[in-house]
Design a protein around this ligand. Structure first.
Ligand SMILES: C[C@H](O)[C@H](O)[C@H]1CNC2=NC(N)=NC(=O)C2=N1
Length: 97
């Protein structure tokens, strides 16, 4: 499947322009976005929904949570960098909000 291939620099910037809330991290090998919720309960409810998506797609986030803040980093370990799977996952996550 082509979506497992690591995106080129050109593909990265082109896909990223459609994801304005996400920024490149780790020398372009990942994307990240920070979220803030009303409280821990809201943050964890969001994480639960992201977890369901991750399981369905077999594509899992790296993330960090403190109280009402959630930071998500998406990268494709199997591709050693950013792939279309990350872009699609970011879109799904954005659609939850
Ligand atoms: C065996 C399993 O399908 C793989 O390890 C999947 C699981 N979840 C994954 N998640 C992410 N972010 N990258 C991967 O390469 C990946 N691979």
């Amino acid at each position: 499947m082509t979506s497992i291939e690591k995106l080129t620099e050109e593909e990265r910037s082109s896909w990223l322009s459609a994801l304005p809330e996400w920024s490149l991290a780790r020398d372009g090998d990942a994307i990240e976005r920070k979220f803030e919720f009303a409280d821990f309960s809201e943050a964890f409810a969001f994480m639960t929904r992201v977890a369901m998506i991750a399981e369905t797609r077999d594509h899992h986030p790296e993330w960090f949570n403190v109280y009402n803040r959630v930071e998500i980093t998406l990268t494709t370990h199997d591709a050693g960098g950013l792939s279309l799977r990350d872009v699609k996952m970011a879109r799904k996550i954005d659609a939850l909000l």
